[in-house]
Ligand binder design. Sequence first.
Ligand SMILES: Nc1ncnc2c1ncn2[C@@H]1O[C@H](COP(=O)(O)OP(=O)(O)OP(=O)(O)O)[C@@H](O)[C@H]1O
Ligand SMILES: [Mg+2]
Length: 236
Amino acid sequence: MLVVRDLVAGYGDIPIVRGVSLEARKDEITSIIGPNGAGKSTLLKAVFNLIKPKGGRVLIDGVDVTGLPPHKLVSLGVSFLMQRRTIFPELTVEENLEMALWKMRRNLTNRRERLERVYELFPAIARLRGRPAYLLSGGEQRQVELARVFLQEPKIVLVDEPTVGLSPKAAYGIYEMLTMMKGEVAVLMVDQNIRYASQFSDKLYVMVNGVITMEGSGETLSSSLKEIVKSWLRYT
Ligand SMILES: Nc1ncnc2c1ncn2[C@@H]1O[C@H](COP(=O)(O)OP(=O)(O)OP(=O)(O)O)[C@@H](O)[C@H]1O
Ligand SMILES: [Mg+2]
């Protein structure tokens, strides 16, 4: 489980994240929604220490990991899927997935087992395995990126805007994948597509102006999304 306590972070002297506390558990998709510029991406970056937090704590399964460099966090089981595309277009889907298994290059059986498990869990990826990635749609590419993250067997997956620029159908595919993954990892996601994201989220946090203004189950908050979005207009 990921616990963030009173996290403060920003750029230079400008405070952006101003004391955020939240939790993300295994078996759940936890989402942060909020207006543009609220500090959602900054929060994820501070958790992953791409920006050094100025205050507060980040804990993984009760262990304080605040300020550990990203590669250490990766080895402790944290993965960050950024908005920027990271697929290798000239490689096939399977070759792209194998990139995630580089660390296990001496253990061929285990590698094969892990790949087979991903194909079993995500049949859509299995069907595409031999295809060069440049031939995939944007949504399919994003799915391959998610599968690659999952292959690394993380405990916690941070996802920033997984569905931006995708059709509703493709976005649905991404949320379905995250739903499959949550049985094994804690998912902490930021998404613009708030209506969809809230439907697939077990827990929702609303972030405005660098602070959490509301939290609740996806179910509870999804019924008041209109009012929530209206309240953002006061800040923008
Ligand atoms: N490298 C940077 N240097 C200075 N200010 C930055 C930097 N990156 C972001 N900001 C500012 O920090 C604030 C929060 O940005 P952030 O990207 O965290 O917002 P966000 O909630 O993710 O918004 P969006 O929904 O548009 O992605 C914004 O006002 C932004 O202009
Ligand atoms: Mg953002």
